[in-house]
Design a protein around this ligand. Structure first.
Ligand SMILES: *Cc1c(COP(=O)(O)O)cnc(C)c1O
Length: 418
């Protein structure tokens, strides 16, 4: 059953209540390997479900456009103080509704329409909002894109520098959604300085690892840092922009009134809770366990003949090129889902297939690490992946794997389920 219990919802709207229960059950039964997902704590769930959702508070603490902010100001100031302490930054804006609006705030703060931004290409591991053509950021701004080396699967810093010198972008994004390796923030900072660009580190995926000391921090290298709060950081769906003192005002003005109206105060409270959790020694242990699990899973997959982009991982994320298995990413992901192993199909660098049916699958260990799986379980997870990929189309075998998965996962508690 969902935890906290939902008796009032069950009585008032059994249809929705049943769907909530079904989703909780699904999350309990599966090996959830979607790299951007996690399980938040019950405390985060309670804050998200609180009456703070009833309040409007356009503006910032002490400078609001609506009355009655005696409590909300304290909530937001607490979230801001914890964000500053956790990441060691001068300034934090905790109001962006999600990662994409947080990145849009960067454009509004530092670029005029038509000016130039540089980011990692989407099929190479970048995010839509780093200037990809189907995104507003690629339509309304000029964008130039860097990628990874074909032989290494790693970002080519020489290419980044050459491109930056030739194109002179005003903003450079580093970070992305499918990068299995450590991001070299000092190298990006040196390039940004050389061309006079604002370096923005988008740490949406790795924020929890940075907070827990399991990935180098961009602080001191990137004056502007954007992040979601719901991936490895294990908070509610939301985002933050962290800056040095110099860039604080421009970002605040861009978030409000530039882009948004009232902040989602229930989310702000839940972000404060998650940041409080991330400030504990337990979270440092968690962050390192995520990486240890990813590396153990990567090793077990390589042993089974899987081809990993860049050969392995430094963080929570693994990108598998299935070309050698003669199965597309999409049918593989669908077979795996039926087998209780949830992940997403994904383009790999230099992909020869189409974006809606690419050659790869992406997985991450943040959620299963929260469940309590350790390095000892990773060979079993790799074995299920191997069996399911080989059994694509054989529904009986996939269902058999699914039952084994659910049986194992039943031994690992899930916050949000009792
Ligand atoms: C997830 C992600 C985002 C966008 O976050 P949403 O909350 O989905 O809008 C932005 N940048 C990167 C690198 C991401 O991984």
């Amino acid at each position: 059953m969902h935890e906290p219990a939902i008796p009032t919802l069950t009585a008032a709207d059994p249809q929705v209540a049943e769907l909530v229960q079904a989703e909780a059950r699904r999350q309990f039964d599966k090996v959830r390997l979607i790299a951007s997902e996690n399980y938040v704590s019950t405390a985060v769930l309670e804050a998200t479900g609180s009456v703070l959702t009833n309040k409007y508070s356009e503006g910032y603490a002490g400078r609001r456009y609506y009355e009655g902010q005696q409590v909300i100001d304290q909530v937001e100031l607490l979230a801001v103080a914890r964000a500053k302490e956790l990441f060691g930054v001068d300034h934090a804006n905790v109001q962006p509704y999600s990662g994409s609006p947080a990145n849009l705030a960067v454009y509004l703060a530092f670029l005029e329409p038509g000016e130039k931004v540089m980011g990692m290409a989407l099929p190479m591991g970048g995010h839509l909002t780093h200037g990809w053509n189907v995104s507003a950021t690629g339509k309304w701004f000029q964008s130039v894109r860097y990628g990874v080396r074909r032989e290494t699967g790693r970002v080519d810093m020489d290419e980044v520098r050459d491109l930056a010198l030739a194109e002179r972008p005003k903003v450079i994004f580093c970070g992305g959604t499918a990068i299995p390796r450590t991001i070299d923030f000092p190298a990006f900072a040196a390039i940004a300085e050389e061309v006079g660009a604002v370096l923005v580190a988008d740490i949406a995926h790795i924020a929890g690892l940075v907070a827990g000391g399991a990935h180098p921090s961009p602080v001191g290298h990137a004056p502007v840092i954007t992040t979601t709060t719901h991936k490895t950081l294990r908070g509610p769906r939301g985002a933050m922009v962290l800056t040095d003192a110099e860039h604080a005002k421009a970002i605040d003005k861009a978030v409000f009134p530039g882009l948004q109206g009232g902040p989602h105060n229930h989310t702000t409270a839940a972000i404060a809770v998650a940041l409080g959790e991330a400030l504990t020694p337990d979270f440092r242990t968690y962050a390192h366990a995520i990486v240890a699990n990813a590396q153990a899973l990567a090793a077990a997959l390589v042993e089974r003949g899987f081809d990993l982009v860049s050969g392995g991982t430094d963080n929570h994320l693994i990108l598998i090129d299935l070309t050698s298995k003669e199965l597309g990413g999409k049918p593989a992901a669908q077979a795996l889902d039926r087998a209780g192993v949830e992940l997403n199909y994904n383009a790999v660098p230099f992909d020869s297939r189409k974006p809606f049916d690419p050659s790869g699958i992406r997985l991450g260990t943040a959620a299963i690490t929260t469940r309590g799986l350790g390095v000892e379980q990773m060979p079993q997870v790799a074995a299920w992946i191997d069996r399911a990929v080989a059994a694509a189309g054989d529904d009986a075998e996939l269902d058999r794997i699914g039952r084994e998965v659910a049986e194992l996962m039943a031994a690992y508690p899930m916050p949000g389920w009792a």
